[in-house]
Design a protein around this ligand. Structure first.
Ligand SMILES: [Zn+2]
Length: 114
């Protein structure tokens, strides 16, 4: 990561010199090449890192929970939250206000389903 910062600095330094020098066409061309290479390499590397990151972390499967009430017929489908498990109680039922809601089941949606 430090390498990228150095390269960005070198690239900008070369760009600044490119603007300021305006003298010999050889040094101008040299600074242009350095700036292009440095910034181009950084941009290319960042793109590659982002792509590999996307490959390593595919979109997570959607996971649902069926929440039911012990007393009434209240039933709800909600998104799975980390730490949830089957039979876990979730507090008082919003419908009958007497019994606890509990997780009746956790289901995962298969990938690439639309
Ligand atoms: Zn209820």
């Amino acid at each position: 990561m430090i390498l990228y910062i150095v390269l960005v600095l070198v690239g900008f330094y070369a760009l600044v010199n490119l603007v300021q020098v305006g003298g010999s066409p050889i040094s101008e061309a040299l600074y242009f090449v350095v700036a292009t290479l440095a910034l181009g390499f950084v941009a290319f590397s960042l793109m590659r890192v982002r792509r590999s990151f996307a490959l390593a972390n595919p979109a997570p499967n959607r996971v649902f929970e069926i929440v039911k009430c012990k007393q009434c017929s209240f039933k709800q489908i909600k998104n799975f939250a980390l730490g949830d498990y089957v039979t876990k109680t979730l507090g008082l039922c919003t419908q009958c206000n007497t019994a606890n809601l509990f997780i009746d089941g956790i289901y995962g949606e298969p990938p690439h389903r639309k």
